[in-house]
Design a binder for this molecule. Structure first.
Ligand code: ADP
Ligand code: G6P
Length: 487
């Protein structure tokens, strides 16, 4: 893929709370650096193919004063990244508190999961200011600053205010979560400040046009005087482009990963272990948006209604640890583990374990092998911004051509062809169970046809293309005709 417009003379500065690596202190006083997980980090790998960029973000732990230079140097040399150091107390209130206990549930329309603590909003504001303080010394007039996700919603406004003199500076924002309808958005503390901040951008992007429309509606309600025409906003003398830009994956890289010796050996051992059995696969961060309990309940129901499948099908559920210090996530882990125990207790025999549950992060070669081995991938989110796991599964299914089961509430329903997937409502356990039956019984010809239709989209709308389109929209001030979405 070609890079961005060669006439562009500035630099790209990416800002996201999460850096591409996670740092852990080791016993010998050194640090261990591992690749971070999640859709944001996966997406930025594609951007790296079209442009060099500096990445600003929080290193995930408090780094002692004496170690800061060492970490700074390592990140600069190995990742072209700049760490923004935060104290434990501040990071706790910003990340676990305001971002993940208030914004995350509200953006996913789950106010019942939200906490309330007045200190968190102050910390959120402070962290957004600290990010701005750290970025300012790097910014030059022709640069493009691309801010990502809900941890930094106030940052575009702060940057624009402090960089008034840099007339050519472009600021973009991309939200990696859904955007809620106005009735949920207006519950948000800082709703006015958030809208004002985002309207200081040149481009505001979402995974789907529906989220973009919901933002446009909310902005007009929260800020009287905002004019809309039809996908851009005019406010305080500024024009802001607002649109859906669905992320994708680098499918070639997944295919290459799968061809490595390590992945092939993992694949062979999975095939050996589950010989004669079909595999349903779930790969999710252990997050309440992912609908893992709903999936387990439907699988339980399916085995009850279809005893002919007992012993012949397993559900492999990877639960990637995430945000484990937030109460709602701790409660979810207990719920999921109880359910796994219940389903296994009910349907297992000495020779058969229906649910294989792994609460850990696994290496990419094993992940690609699991994707390749699975007969059905089950995406059961009750709300999900886009969901890249669905794309990755298809990319690794060149031989098997397995079935994609997709909940109605996932952003990818707007980007992948619904007629090529088995679509279900995760709340409707009985019908969900019947859809599992339909997926397992689907014939080869039908699977092949569906696989080809989905693969075409996955291969075309890559993360590199997403990054290129977004940055070129910022440069040109116009949204290209086709950005990878049918609606
Ligand atoms: P979310 O962003 O909510 O986590 P997505 O499905 O969009 O959901 O993205 C999850 C991403 O995390 C995928 O790209 C997946 O490959 C990646 N991932 C899953 N397991 C791991 C892991 N063990 N290490 C690194 N990345 C992982
Ligand atoms: C989602 C969010 C990302 C986040 C990722 C992993 O994809 O949109 O911003 O990085 O989850 O979550 P974490 O809390 O570990 O950064």
């Amino acid at each position: 893929m070609d890079g961005i417009d060669p006439d562009f003379e500035g630099r790209v500065l990416v800002v996201a709370n999460r850096l591409p690596m996670t740092i852990k202190p080791k016993d010998d006083g050194e640090f261990e650096y591992s690749i971070s997980s999640g859709g944001l980090v996966a997406g930025m790998k594609g951007l790296a193919k079209v442009v060099d960029f500096k990445w600003f973000g929080w290193p995930g732990i408090e780094v002692h004063r004496n170690d800061k230079d060492k970490v700074r140097l390592h990140l600069a040399d190995n990742f072209n990244a700049v760490p923004i150091f935060l104290s434990n107390d501040l990071a706790e209130k910003h990340y676990n508190g305001f971002s993940n206990s208030i914004l995350w549930p509200l953006l996913h329309r789950m106010p019942e999961k939200a906490g309330s603590e007045t200190d968190w909003s102050k910390a959120y504001q402070e962290v957004n200011e600290i990010f701005a303080d750290n970025i300012l010394p790097y910014v030059e007039d022709n640069d493009m600053i691309w801010v990502h996700d809900y941890h930094l919603l106030l940052l575009p406004g702060i940057l624009r205010d402090r960089l008034k003199k840099k007339k050519n500076l472009k600021i973009g924002f991309f939200l990696h979560t859904p955007f809620p309808t106005e009735d949920y958005f207006t519950i948000l503390p800082f709703r006015e400040e958030i809208c004002k901040s985002l309207l200081m951008c040149d481009v505001v992007g979402f995974h789907t046009n529906q989220y973009a429309k919901d933002f446009l509606d909310s902005a007009r309600i929260v800020l009287p005087g905002v004019a809309r025409s039809p996908m851009d906003l005019h406010w305080a003398g500024r024009r802001v482009l607002v649109h859906g830009f669905p992320l994708g994956i680098e499918a070639d890289e997944w295919r290459e990963k799968l061809e490595t010796e390590a992945a092939q050996s993992e694949l062979a051992s999975i095939q050996q272990q589950f010989k004669g059995q079909k595999i349903l696969l779930g790969v999710d961060r252990l997050d309440y948006i992912k609908g893992i309990p709903q999936k387990l309940q439907a699988f339980d129901r399916f085995l009850t209604e279809h005893p002919e499948w007992v012993g012949k099908v397993v559900l492999i559920q990877l639960a990637i640890p995430t945000r484990a210090d937030v109460d709602t996530y701790r409660v979810l882990r207990e719920e999921v583990e109880q359910l796994v125990g219940r389903v296994n207790g009910k349907h297992a025999t000495f020779k058969y374990t229906p649910v294989h549950y792994l609460y850990r992060s696994i290496k990419p070669d094993l992940l690609s092998a699991l994707y390749a081995a699975a007969d059905v991938c089950v995406i059961s989110s009750v709300r999900d911004g886009l969901n890249l796991v669905s794309y990755e599964y298809v990319a690794c299914q060149g031989k098997k051509k397995g079935v994609m089961m997709m909940s109605n509430y996932v952003g990818a329903m707007k980007t992948l062809p619904p007629s090529s997937m088995v679509v279900f409502n995760p709340w409707d356990t009985l019908r969900f169970a019947e859809k599992i039956n339909q997926a397992l019984n689907m014939g080869e010809e039908e699977r092949e046809k569906r696989y080809k239709e989905i693969m075409k989209i996955v291969d075309t709308w890559t993360s590199a293309k997403w990054g290129k389109i977004f940055l070129e929209t910022m440069m040109e001030g116009e949204i290209p005709k086709n950005v990878g979405m049918p609606d």
